[in-house]
Design a protein around this ligand. Structure first.
Ligand code: SF4
Length: 268
């Protein structure tokens, strides 16, 4: 590390990166905070970041890709991004972050918790050193919730309607039950997501957010009823096997059966 080393914490609008920003606020006074805005984020994320910015007393740099999601969708031949072809993360999150970082040595602060064993999509440029303060301090899930609670910031507001992670409203990492919640909470966003889908007669002409289930199918009442029932069954099984009631059940009001696949820069 040199005197010129910059310290950068990338916020996603999620609980872990927010808690990390709060945790690090007084430890690294020259921390730079950034948020890579795809232009398609959950609407509550912007309001939450304003709140976090006020708490930190420092600007959160909003980084935008030079081109929009729609531009990149055209470039990628209309292929909607997916877990296997995640061009959205690369073009709309990682690239703006790396442009902001530039060539100087940077310490990048990542909010992976001590109770997690996930890896993910982060920048591996030579001038970027990645650190995991929650892992080093042994801070796990309950610790993160406590930090958010103590600060008065609280959990991200989209959790109130049942979305579990930050990121784009149409993110393909969300579960079917979250699509249902999106439809019921912000039907216009669901419609916008559905409008991106294309169904063609030939192989390679169909692009949907969920493999083998276009949103026109998911929104049918009988399908919604089945998704809700399956989710309720899974949640109940999960609740029965849990020894201790997690704090989030009290504080966040949400019990989820499992964590979705990670997309670190989008969803921490
Ligand atoms: S939140 Fe989801 S859709 Fe948005 S950039 Fe990240 S992986 Fe892609």
């Amino acid at each position: 590390m040199t005197d010129k080393t910059r310290h950068i914490l990338s916020l996603s609008g999620g609980k872990d990166s927010t808690a990390l920003a709060i945790f690090m606020r007084d430890k690294v006074p020259d921390m730079e905070y950034v948020f890579c805005d795809t232009g398609q984020e959950l609407r509550e994320t912007y309001q939450y970041l304003d709140q976090v910015e006020a708490y930190l007393g420092k600007k959160i740099h909003r980084l935008n890709s030079q081109a929009s999601f729609d531009h990149w969708l055209t470039v990628f031949g209309g292929y909607l991004p997916s877990a296997r072809m995640r061009w959205c993360t690369k073009m709309l999150k990682l690239r703006p972050f790396e442009e902001f970082v530039g060539e100087t040595p940077v310490v990048s602060y990542i909010g992976i918790r001590a109770d997690e064993d996930r890896t993910g999509y982060i920048s591996h440029r030579d001038n970027i050193t990645t650190v995991y303060p929650f892992k080093d301090a042994g801070i796990g899930y309950e610790g993160v919730i406590q930090i958010l609670q103590d600060s008065g910031i609280g959990m991200p507001p989209y959790m109130q309607w049942g979305r579990t992670h930050s990121g784009c409203y149409f993110c393909f990492f969300q579960k079917k039950i979250e699509w249902v919640r999106l439809l019921e909470t912000y039907p216009e966003d669901f419609d916008r997501a559905q409008a991106y889908e294309k169904e063609g007669a030939e192989p390679g002409e169909t692009f949907t957010w969920i493999q083998d289930m276009p949103l026109r199918e998911l929104r049918k009442p009988e399908r919604i009823a089945r998704i809700k029932q399956e989710h309720a069954d899974r949640t109940e099984r999960s609740r029965q096997t849990r020894d201790n009631k997690r704090l989030v059940e009290v504080f966040g009001g949400i019990v989820e059966d499992s964590e979705p696949a990670a997309c670190l820069i989008c969803q921490l």
